[in-house]
Design a protein around this ligand. Structure first.
Ligand code: IMP
Length: 193
């Protein structure tokens, strides 16, 4: 693709837009933040949530749209907060999660991300990414957002919030999902994105 392709990203989260654009720029793709209400169904599947929200937005906007749904899944808590991560972050936050894990030996966790993209000529496509890791014993670092200060990716010592942004992208669920999307889309020709 030669010219930059621009797509509406349905989200209210500026951090997600910043990360996604950093990851997508080598593919010649730019996301424009469209802060309208994302229609979210109750589901334990991030892919299902993202697909439904993308189709609802596409129906209304009739132009290429992208929705991302992500969450933190903690093994000792049977996958909680998962699809409820945004609400849990706003209510009990990182401190609350650390309290829930007090005395637990198993601190294994995964961040997951589902990306749903729709365009008139390519239809609906989904991509996902996962980052395996663990929940730290304390909050560390100030970069990023959400649960970044308590998530340490496998094989590393730093939390996402202690890493330079590009290093987080290398390990993150968002990095994996958006790189998959970027390489797929850049292999297609979108007549009118
Ligand atoms: P949603 O996708 O808008 O439902 O929100 C996902 C929530 O999961 C965010 O509000 C964060 O609390 C959390 N989350 C998702 N991805 C990340 C990340 O990369 N770092 C930290 N927290 C994240």
């Amino acid at each position: 693709m030669s010219a930059m392709v621009s797509i509406l990203f349905i989200t209210n989260n500026e951090h997600k837009v910043e990360e996604a654009n950093r990851i997508l720029s080598p593919f010649g793709i730019r996301l424009e933040m469209s802060p309208q209400k994302k229609v979210e169904i109750q589901s334990d599947s991030l892919v299902r949530i993202a697909r439904y929200a993308a189709l609802t937005a596409a129906k209304k906007l009739k132009s290429p749209v992208l929705v991302e749904d992500s969450g933190l899944f903690i093994r000792a808590l049977n996958g909680f907060p998962g699809p409820f991560s945004s609400y849990v972050q706003k209510t009990i936050g990182c401190e609350g999660i650390l309290k829930l894990l007090q005395g637990r030996e198993d601190r294994g966790a995964a961040f997951r991300c589902a990306v749903a993209f729709w365009s008139p000529n390519l239809g609906l496509h989904t991509f996902h990414g996962e980052s395996l890791g663990r929940i730290s014993l304390t909050m560390r670092g100030h970069a990023g957002f959400g649960f970044d200060p308590i998530f340490v990716p496998s094989g590393e010592d730093l939390t996402f919030a202690e890493m330079p942004p590009e290093q987080k992208d290398l390990f993150s669920h968002r990095g994996a999902a958006f790189r998959a999307f970027g390489s797929w889309l850049s292999s297609k020709i979108i007549a009118k994105p």
